[in-house]
Design a protein around this ligand. Structure first.
Ligand code: R5P
Length: 297
């Protein structure tokens, strides 16, 4: 059965690298716009009976999610046998709790992916178990722990305390500690949000150096509060490791005033390369996706 790899705009580099390393043929399509801007997908390949891998994201701007889902839907209608969506950053996972009067976008996406013909989603470091549970189709969340562990070893941060900035990050810290062979108790913050105000109470032990690990750096609010508290506890050097760097607005820059020496993120969102200054180290996510796809396809 032939396998074809498609990507939405922005994901060309990751797509080229996966196609080359895995020996998968790239598929192509056009997005045609009607005069009133309505979109239509035109596929350039015969996909009947094929497996299709579709690389992209459902993150804003909204046209990305429309293009992704219209593309998958067209591939399915045209006879594709299986469609696997590779979405390194799966957006909207923070809407994972049912609350009165509030939208539950994750639930909507899981249904929308299904009706778009997607058979499975391959992502990196999904926000929560709750978000994963909500999925109506198989979902694989790949851990970036090995990539971060390599960096910790390379840069001699092994003596630093690994810290979760909230309880949701405890499991990803455990995975990282496992890669490092660190059997010590987890240190974490109990985070509370009151509207925009975040407060955090530290639980555990910490020395002079700390590595804070989280899935998302959005405005930086969570990490700023954690760093302020660590500073009060006498921590002198902080390293930040976040899988998905959204870096929305400039408030995260306050981190440099709070003992943060280095921020690591990954390129799950390709635009990160033009968004952040060179002081932020961007690690490549391609090897872990490649490893998974090689084993499965
Ligand atoms: C929340 O539970 C997430 O894991 C992140 O800690 C959070 O979304 C980061 O957002 P911000 O940088 O705006 O605090």
């Amino acid at each position: 059965m032939q396998t074809l790899l498609y990507n939405i705009p922005g994901f060309e580099a990751l797509s080229e690298s996966l196609a080359e390393k895995l020996g998968i043929k790239k598929g192509t399509y056009q997005l045609k716009r009607f005069t009133n801007n309505e979109a239509q997908i035109i596929i350039n390949d015969n996909v009947k009976g094929s497996k299709c891998l579709v690389l992209g994201t459902n993150a804003p701007p909204d046209r990305q999610m429309i293009e992704l889902m219209f593309l998958c839907h067209t591939l399915k209608n045209d006879g594709a046998k299986k469609i696997s969506a590779i979405l390194p950053y799966l957006a909207y996972t923070r809407q994972d709790r049912k609350e009165a009067q509030k939208g539950l976008a994750m639930d909507w996406f899981s249904k929308a992916f299904k009706i778009s013909g997607i058979s499975e989603v391959i992502t990196v470091d999904i926000h929560s178990r709750l978000a994963k549970k909500m999925f109506k189709i198989p979902l694989v969340s790949l851990s970036p722990a090995e990539i971060f562990a390599d960096e910790i070893k390379k840069n001699s941060f092994v003596d630093a305390t690994i810290i979760a900035p909230d309880e949701g990050a405890i499991n990803r810290c455990k995975e990282l500690k496992k890669c490092l062979g660190d059997k010590s108790q987890i240190s974490y913050f109990e985070k509370k949000r009151n509207g925009q105000i975040i407060s955090a109470a530290f639980k555990g032990k910490v020395g002079k150096r700390a590595v804070i690990v989280d899935d998302i750096l959005d405005t930086g609010g969570t990490l700023i509060v954690a760093c302020q508290e660590l500073k009060k506890l006498g921590v002198e050097e902080i390293i930040i490791m976040v899988t998905h760097g959204l870096f929305t607005n400039d408030s995260w820059k306050e981190l440099w005033n709070l003992g943060v020496k280095k921020i690591y993120t990954t390129d799950t969102l390709p635009e990160i390369r033009i968004k952040v200054p060179p002081e932020v180290s961007i690690l490549q996510i391609a090897p872990i996706i490649e490893k998974y796809v090689r084993q499965k396809y």
